[in-house]
Structure formats: structure tokens, C-alpha cells
Design a protein around this ligand. Structure first.
Ligand code: 9D3
Length: 247
């Protein structure tokens, strides 16, 4: 996948691109990230990227021209089919795991990071872009959203994760919270690791983990269980949990 980031603030991404899953995907040659500094595509000597909003009001608006020129430079890099183009925006459709899985299949994505009060509205249809939000809280701009999107997609690109991890990643299509995990030592200020995890009985451990995953989901994210068909095993584990939790 080629992932182009059009931004007024390329410095934001340095570091993030060289760590974690994004770095692994890049090192494996499965992901290429291109930072496109919008300021490089301004046409006046001051490098003006924003201007006052028509109709007045507070805040500045990102100008269309530098963005359109930056986008043309992306198109020149990989002629052919246009990239799937996203614009970060609080007005966007919220990124979900389902949408991330779909986007991870694209060979080329361009993300335009919004800043200031917003982007000249005409840019969106001109780029054939989809607006994307990462959730209902206020960021100061689209750059952190672009990193979140890239991280979510990078780990879904085929070959980035090992087989075991990919199998686990798939199981988000079956969204349950994780069971608690522990590592050494066995005792920390009298808080002990649950005995079952030290038992070596893999079947008991599997069932315990499943029960605790269901318990946490039931207690912390009951919305994830609503309208979901449970296996007979899950249903009887959940019945036990409800009894234990007195609900
Ligand atoms: C709808 C919010 N606006 C009300 C006046 C103000 C505003 C808040 C935050 C305008 C721009 C921004 C900057 N946010 C983003 O660019 C952004 C964002 C976010 O704030 N939350 C979640 N996802 C995203 S993607 C881009």
C-alpha cells in the first residue's frame, strides 16, 4: 500500500513513521508512506495556505489551490487509478474496524489532514474525497487522526503481522474485550496471579480466558454483546457470569 499524507505539518509524523507496526510494514516493503507538505505547493512568496472565511467569522480556512496542487503531485507519482482519498474532519464518518479492513485492501490511499477552521468545501468533491473522523472528541487538527488511521490500516495489510497475530486480529470481527493478562512475578504485594493460569491445564485456561473476556465485555461494553448470536458455550459462560455478578 502507498499512503500519502497531505499536511501542513509534516514534522508531526517524524518518529511515528519509524516506530511500531508502521515501521514494520514499511521495512517489509508492504507500506510506503509519502509525506506531502502542502506548503511546498503554494504559489505566493509567503507560502500562504489559509485565508479568511467568506461571510466572516473567526478562524482561518485552508485554501484550495495548494491542496489541489499537492494532490496533483501525488497523482503524478502513481498514475493510473486515482487513490482512495480521505479528508480528516470532525464531520466525517467514524472509522470502525470494518471500514479499516475495507481500506486496508486499497493499493493507494491519500489522506488530507484538515487544520484551522476547516478546508474550502470545494476541495472535497474536487478530490473525490470521503470525510473521516476517528471519534467524538475534539482534536486540534487532522494529523493525529491520520496517524491513527495509518496505524489501524498498517497492521491489516496482508503479511505485516505473523500468522498467530493475524488470526487474533481477525477475531475483532468477533469483538470481545480481552481477558486479563499477567506476567512474572506470581505475587505482587499479595495480589496473586489466578491459580488457573499456573495450572498448565490448557483447556481450563482456555475456558477461563473465554469466561473473563465475556465477563469484561458484559460489564464494560455490554453494547458489544447486544444482538450477537453466542455459541452454546459462550451462552452458558455468560449465564454463569450473570449469576456471579448478580444481574
Ligand atoms: C465540529 C467541531 N467544530 C465546531 C465548531 C470545531 C472543530 C473542532 C476540531 C473544528 C476542527 C477541529 C479539528 N479536528 C479535526 O480536524 C479532526 C478530528 C477531531 O477533532 N476529532 C475526531 N476526528 C477528527 S478527524 C479531524
Amino acid at each position: 500500500m502507498r499512503f500519502s499524507i497531505l499536511t501542513l505539518n509534516p514534522g508531526f509524523f517524524r518518529g511515528a513513521l519509524d516506530e511500531g507496526m508502521i515501521r514494520i510494514a514499511r521495512e517489509k516493503g508492504l507500506l510506503e508512506v509519502a509525506l506531502v507538505p502542502i506548503r511546498d505547493f503554494t504559489d505566493d512568496r509567503y507560502g500562504t495556505t489559509d485565508d479568511y472565511p467568506y461571510g466572516g467569522g473567526a478562524g482561518m480556512v485552508m485554501k484550495a489551490q495548494p491542496i489541489l496542487r499537492a494532490y496533483e503531485s501525488v497523482r503524478r507519482e502513481t498514475p493510473g487509478k486515482p487513490p482512495r482519498t480521505l479528508v480528516t474532519s470532525p464531520q466525517g464518518r467514524t472509522l470502525t474496524q470494518r471500514w479499516a479492513r475495507e481500506l486496508a485492501e486499497e493499493p493507494e490511499i491519500a489522506v488530507l489532514c484538515g487544520r484551522y477552521k476547516g478546508i474550502d468545501e470545494r476541495v472535497i468533491p474536487l478530490l473525490g474525497a470521503e470525510e473521516i473522523s476517528i471519534g467524538d472528541y475534539v482534536l486540534s487538527g487532522g494529523e493525529p487522526a491520520a496517524i491513527v488511521i495509518l496505524d489501524a490500516l498498517a497492521r491489516l495489510i496482508p503479511g505485516v503481522l505473523g500468522d498467530a497475530e493475524s488470526a487474533e486480529a481477525d477475531s475483532f470481527s468477533e469483538p470481545l474485550l480481552d481477558a486479563p493478562v499477567y506476567t512474572r512475578p506470581e505475587d505482587i504485594e499479595s495480589r496473586r496471579v489466578p491459580d488457573v493460569l499456573l495450572s498448565g491445564d490448557h483447556e481450563r485456561i482456555r475456558i477461563w480466558r473465554r469466561r473473563e473476556a465475556l465477563r469484561r465485555t458484559w460489564l464494560k461494553r455490554p453494547d458489544l454483546l447486544l444482538g450477537r448470536k453466542l455459541s452454546d458455550e459462550d451462552q452458558s459462560l455468560l449465564d454463569e457470569i450473570k449469576k456471579e455478578e448478580g444481574r
